[in-house]
Design a protein. Structure first.
Length: 388
């Protein structure tokens, strides 16, 4: 078992690789990537990662008036954490403008904000030219179909936590309400209470989920739930059942964990491959939930230990987390997820690895009694927005 110094060295190598990534400012996965770099700075004490993140945000502000089509994926939580660390008021100003931008999107009849009006179904991932599947994927680009407006599980992490964090920073109640207005309808659409898992996306034209329990998508969903609860405590989230959803998915994931400590890329499909970023999300989420008494350590710490060991077996000496699937655009076919190429150095692989390492070390510290528990259990209730 690696000691803390070894874990810090792994984090440093992983973070050094991540800063070399060609950031798009912004795209799916940038949020967890920058949160990972902030966690790497906390874990290693190396301030260069803070400087890098701060610089990315300042560069974004210089062209903020020319938003990209994916600016709704901007790393809002990381932006606010960077503001707290730096005291740079321009970052807080940018966060309030970003909140106004997000709040202006239209909603579904059920109240969920629609970020992606014309979803590309089975759009191929962006592979480097030397990847063995490069030409195969390039040919598949001509088969892309339009899925129309959709609600994606990734947004459970982008939206609710950002508004919740903005509420924590400003104490303006409108941001607490926006946190609820975002995350509760999203969970309502994407969480399957029968299977106790999140689906990848919801299709507005059909009024249905896509029917695939994508593994990393469940990581996005759980992390969004946990971060929202961290920034707006459960007592201030009257009328929601986020803690109960967290517990239900955690229990299901524990049942689905492979004997080697990982999870299948389609969680309930044993024919799909084991994908590594899922374990990183699980370690991060479960550790944070145990620290706040939302999950029981005697049940879930063994799951964390097994997943952590699995992760470390898949980290190369240079810090790359191997076995991470490339950007996974939506599909209603399980085969699409089974065939997704792996092997990239991407923020949705390196970022979760860094957050997992930091949360794991914090959990060990907590379990030694160095930090008091925060948060309390809540009674069961129905998932609804009516009590706001």
């Amino acid at each position: 078992m690696p000691n803390i110094t070894e874990l810090k060295n792994i984090a440093r190598a992983a973070a050094d690789l991540l800063v070399a990534y060609s950031w798009k400012l912004w795209f799916w996965g940038d949020s967890i990537g920058l949160e990972g770099l902030l966690d790497a700075a906390e874990l290693t004490g190396d301030q260069k990662y803070l400087g890098f993140v701060h610089g990315l945000f300042k560069g974004w502000l210089a062209r903020e008036g020319y938003r990209s089509e994916f600016d709704y994926t901007a790393p809002g939580v990381a932006l606010l954490r960077m503001y707290e660390l730096s005291g740079d008021s321009t970052l807080l100003d940018a966060a309030t403008r970003h909140a106004e931008y997000l709040a202006a999107f239209r909603k579904t009849h059920g109240g969920a904000y629609v970020r992606y009006e014309n979803a590309a179904i089975e759009f191929p991932p962006e592979l480097p030219p030397d990847h063995p599947d490069f030409h195969l994927v390039a040919r598949a680009a001509g088969q892309v179909q339009s899925g129309g407006p959709c609600v994606f599980v990734d947004s459970v992490h982008f939206d609710g936590p950002f508004f919740a964090k903005l509420y924590q920073v400003t104490r303006e109640d409108k941001y607490r309400r926006l946190a609820l207005d975002n995350i509760v309808p999203q969970v309502d659409l994407l969480y399957d209470p029968d299977d106790r898992l999140f689906h990848h996306f919801w299709i507005e034209s059909a009024g249905t989920r896509n029917g695939v329990a994508w593994g990393r998508g469940n990581g996005w969903g759980l992390l969004g739930v946990v971060e929202t609860l961290e920034y707006v405590p459960p007592g201030e989230l009257a009328g929601t059942c986020l803690v109960e959803v967290l517990r239900a998915v955690a229990e299901r994931l524990s049942d689905l964990q492979d004997s080697g400590g990982g999870w299948h890329t389609v969680l309930n499909d044993a024919e799909s491959y084991i994908e590594t970023s899922i374990a990183a999300f699980v370690v991060d989420v479960f550790a944070r939930a145990i620290e706040r008494s939302w999950l029981k350590p005697e049940i879930y710490f063994p799951v964390i230990e097994s997943a952590k060991d699995f992760l470390l077996r898949h980290v190369r000496p240079d810090g790359l987390l191997e076995g991470v699937s490339y950007e996974t655009f939506p599909s209603t076919r399980v085969e699409h997820y089974r065939c997704m190429p792996r092997g990239g150095m991407v923020p949705w692989g390196q970022g979760p690895l860094l957050t997992a390492l930091n949360s794991y070390v914090r959990l060990l510290d907590f379990m030694r009694g160095n930090e008091p528990p925060v948060g309390k259990d809540r009674p069961a209730c129905a998932l609804t927005t009516e009590s706001r």
